[in-house]
Design a protein around this ligand. Structure first.
Ligand SMILES: [Zn+2]
Length: 420
């Protein structure tokens, strides 16, 4: 999760709520930026910084991520604010003076507008009802959070807050941005504000939720609380000391969340064979039963290893080679057998895992034998091993070749015997 962005207000950046817009390129300079790739890792990309005469694409700020969109069908990969300019990063050069058409990725933008306005509403109601000021917020990819300056919020308070914000949505309260051209205007002092940044220039914008709140904000918002559709407060997550992080989803995200939750519920109904009301209990029982079965397997494998070793040692016709495969076994199972036999003159070739797939192998015996045969066995089984802890052991991909490995070991030991 990215770090919580503070509610530091940033100055007004010219933008209009159009989905497409025609303008001209002011400048285009080569540059390089770090952006998150599809694997969510930072990647440096070479490209161009484009400044336009005007823009409808919102740069990052006020806790709201930047827009996506296109300039003459070229994808805009990042937008940041520099002074009063929005800087658009693209991978293709668009020379200064070019007439361009901008398109906003509207589904991303509208989602941000809903989460952002939802945050304003929750912030103002949480403060007026409970005296919990907002210190920062984060617009997450699926869920957003508001950091409230209180060490504790009860379940009951969350329910009351959720009821109140949804009541305001049903009241269809208008949300209007008001521009102040003088930043020393006394009316600005009445608005919620945590200070303007040092490089602020131009007019200041106050967001007004009629009769509820006035906040300095540069972000993008819906024009009426009704456009939020619904807000769901999901609960709390651990935050900084003496703060509480309240998780929420607004608007379309509620539908998406509900859709995902229902799919999970439906899958769990088949897996756990029970309705939603019983799924917690059923999942709890299934996890406990699985843990208990796992314990029993560990214990039985240990006993089985002892029995295998005992069977080998007490066999009147015992050979000098023990070859054994057990699908359900593990490293401990193989090492237990070797330790119990405790005889270096016995060469053990032990394997565990799926006979047709990958698994583990172990070769024990005289040091000279395992040093020479170990790598050859590993190669035959298409695996890798080492003998750092006594026997030569490791992982392999082709347990189906274990008969070849057995042949190699038996022939090698027979060869040594005939030499003697
Ligand atoms: Zn805002």
């Amino acid at each position: 999760m990215p770090p919580l962005d503070t509610l530091n207000e940033i100055p007004f950046v010219p933008f209009r709520s159009f989905r497409s817009f025609t303008t001209k390129v002011k400048s285009c300079e080569p540059s390089e930026v770090s952006i998150l790739n599809q694997k969510n890792k930072k990647e440096k990309i070479k490209g161009y910084e484009v400044v336009l005469e005007d823009t409808i694409l919102f740069p990052e700020g006020g806790g709201q991520p930047d827009d996506r969109g296109t300039i003459n069908n070229i994808p805009v990969l990042k937008i940041s604010r520099r002074g009063v300019d929005a800087v658009h990063f693209v991978s293709t050069e668009i020379p200064a003076g070019t007439d361009v058409n901008l398109e906003v990725d509207w589904s991303r933008r509208f989602d941000h507008m809903q989460q952002h306005t939802g945050q304003h509403l929750i912030t103002t109601v949480a403060e007026s009802m409970f005296g919990f000021p907002t210190t920062s917020w984060n617009l997450g990819e699926k869920v957003s959070s508001i950091e409230l300056d209180t060490p504790k919020i009860t379940e009951e308070q969350i329910t009351v807050l959720e009821d109140a914000v949804n009541e305001r949505i049903r009241e269809r309260i208008p949300v209007t941005p008001v521009l102040y051209h003088d930043k020393d205007d006394p009316k600005l002092a009445e608005a919620r504000c945590r200070g303007l940044p040092d490089d602020h220039e131009g007019p200041v914008r106050v967001l007004s939720i009629e009769g509820l709140d006035n906040t300095l904000c540069c972000g993008t918002h819906v024009s009426n609380l009704a456009h939020l559709q619904l807000i769901k407060l999901l609960g709390l997550e651990k935050g900084k000391k003496n703060k509480s992080n309240l998780l929420f989803v607004a608007g379309e995200r509620v539908r998406q969340y509900l859709g995902r939750s229902y799919q999970v519920e439906k899958s769990l109904m088949t897996i756990l064979k029970g309705p939603l009301e019983e799924q917690e209990d059923l999942a709890d029982k299934a996890v406990k039963a699985s843990k208990s079965a796992q314990k029993a397997v560990v214990s039985l494998l240990r006993d089985l290893a002892l029995l295998e070793a005992y069977k080998f040692k007490t066999n009147p016709d015992k050979e000098t080679v023990l070859v054994l495969h057990r699908k359900e076994g593990d490293n401990e199972f193989m090492n237990k057998i070797v330790n119990e036999i405790n005889d270096k003159s016995v060469t053990c070739l032990l394997t565990v895992g799926d006979e047709k797939g990958a698994g583990l192998f172990l070769l024990s015996g005289e040091d000279s034998v395992i040093q020479e045969l170990g790598p050859k066995v590993a190669e035959l089984l298409e695996g890798k091993g080492s003998c750092s802890r006594g026997p030569y052991q490791g992982k392999c991909n082709k347990l189906s070749h274990k008969t070849k490995a057995e042949k190699l070991v038996r022939e090698y030991i027979a060869g040594i015997k005939s030499e003697l």
